[in-house]
Design a protein around this ligand. Structure first.
Ligand SMILES: [Mg+2]
Length: 477
């Protein structure tokens, strides 16, 4: 199993392709077959009416799309489904591994507000930022995961898989940057590979373009933008790189100084979403003789309290190996750090670890040692995590484990993709593209004018769709 997003994209793509094939006269999923483009007939000695011919094809394609939409509406994607982009039999899986945060445990909306407020207060109290920034509050609808932040220029943006900036999504502070300015700033809209951050959000060329891939990074993006906004609005000179580092350090301190952990532990019901299915799933796996392990970056007492809440006091009986403060992604790549045992009081012991035992809690360590001590190698292991890079990519690419991505955003995105308006727009976009491909052979001036109009329509639809998706998906970007 791999990322569900990829599976969804593939299925949506197949659906759109089916619509296109249908509109172009190819059988698709039993939908109404639009006939092949009619030949262009003209009376002998007269010039063909290209304009009339092309617009008639356009109207036909439009009718075909309208006929197609109800069939697609009857075959919607299930927002609660599990998507797979590789074949796998669960009967072959002997060992199940889990990340903790946003994999076994889900947090309420209050958590991001807590992180934002705590980091904002650290900026004021420890980094001596102006107290006026306290007036900014966390906006859950401001950003989505996966955005890039240009550290030097202090702008947040969406960059696609081909490294092109999505125009209209570039924000400086809390305001959108006009397209013309973006194009001038980047001498186009392409960002070279060497400026992009690597798998783990770092850049080999210093702090240039940082990608935010973690669910915990949503308040960080929001705080960065709010503080930039304050300095810009008040005409205060500042160094964007320093601001980025200060915000990054403050967010990090909310985690490592234990502010977030203490707040959650003090009010578990407020911050953790209880899910009764979690215990049922884990218990079922255990009943079927599956081995289970947990590898988390979070500390021992924090994980223990959370797991007691969502799974029960006996949660450790279900797991064969528990590793806390693993420091992923280093855990998967660094061969040097040994495992340490943590006792019941959370104290670190220094005994050399020859075996990973059930009922014990271990700290740090590394995957190479883990594989040696457990023998849990290759495709009999299925590991679930929410961070595409640090939880999943290395395991699949380097170690051959099967991986499952937990992507909470997928449900709301699928719900949007299932709306009639979205389906109508996307189906027509695909059909219009097919029509353009088919009719581009007509190179005369009259035909080219019609084709230009179609291209303009397609561009405007894409633009509106992009903006609508961004807003509906919970991002102003
Ligand atoms: Mg996680």
């Amino acid at each position: 199993m791999a990322t569900a997003a990829a599976a969804v994209a593939r299925r949506a793509g197949a659906r759109a392709a089916a619509a296109l094939l249908s509109a172009c006269g190819t059988a698709a999923r039993g939908w109404r077959r639009a006939g092949p483009a009619r030949p262009l007939c003209t009376a002998p000695g007269t010039a063909p009416d290209m304009k009339g011919y092309l617009w008639e094809r356009y109207r036909e394609a439009k009718r075909s799309t309208e006929d197609l939409v109800p069939s697609i509406m009857n075959n919607l994607l299930n927002p609660d489904a599990i998507f797979s982009n590789n074949e796998m039999s669960l009967s072959d899986i002997e060992i199940y591994g889990f990340d903790y945060d946003y994999t076994l445990v889900f947090y309420s909306k209050h958590l991001h507000t807590l992180i934002f407020n705590a980091a904002r207060d650290l900026l004021i109290n420890e980094h001596r930022y102006p107290v006026e920034i306290r007036k900014y509050e966390y906006d859950p609808n401001f950003a989505i995961r996966g955005l890039h932040y240009d550290v030097q220029r202090a702008v947040l943006m969406k960059i696609d898989a081909f490294h092109y900036i999505q125009l209209g999504t570039v924000y400086r502070g809390l305001s959108v940057v006009p397209d013309e300015e973006v194009i001038e700033m980047y001498e186009g809209s392409h960002v070279p590979l060497e400026q992009m951050s690597d798998f783990y959000g770092k850049s080999s060329h210093g702090n240039t373009m940082k990608q935010f891939m973690d669910i915990f990074s949503l308040p960080e993006m929001s705080l960065l933008s709010c503080v930039n906004e304050y300095f810009l609005k008040n005409n205060i000179d500042y160094e964007p790189v320093h601001l980025y580092k200060d915000v990054k350090d403050s967010i990090r301190d909310v985690h490592i100084k234990g502010i977030m952990y203490r707040a959650i532990e003090a009010d578990i019901e407020k911050y953790i979403c209880y899910a009764e299915q979690t215990r049922a799933v884990l218990a079922k796996l255990a009943d079927h003789g599956k081995k289970m392990f947990l590898i988390t970056n979070s500390p021992s007492s924090f994980v223990d309290k959370g797991m007691r809440y969502i799974v029960g006091k006996d949660w450790r009986d279900l797991f064969d190996v528990v590793i806390v403060q693993a420091e992923k992604p280093n855990f998967f790549n660094d061969k040097r750090r040994p495992f340490r045992k943590v006792n019941e009081k959370g104290v670190l012991l220094w005994d050399k670890i020859h075996k990973l035992q059930k009922g014990q809690i271990y700290k740090q360590g590394n995957l190479y040692e883990f594989l040696k001590l457990t023998g849990w190698r290759g495709s009999k292991v299925l590991y679930f995590g929410d961070h595409i890079y640090s939880d999943l990519a290395d395991l699949t690419l380097k170690h051959g484990w099967r991986t499952g991505a937990i992507i909470p955003e997928l449900r709301s995105e699928l719900k949007i993709m299932n709306t009639e308006q979205y389906i109508q727009t996307m189906t027509w976009l695909q059909t219009l593209t097919g029509l353009l491909e088919q009719m581009q052979v007509h190179r005369d001036a009259e035909s080219q004018l019609v084709l230009q109009e179609w291209k303009k329509e397609r561009k405007e639809m894409r633009w509106h769709q992009l903006n609508k998706e961004a807003c509906t998906l919970g991002a102003k970007l």
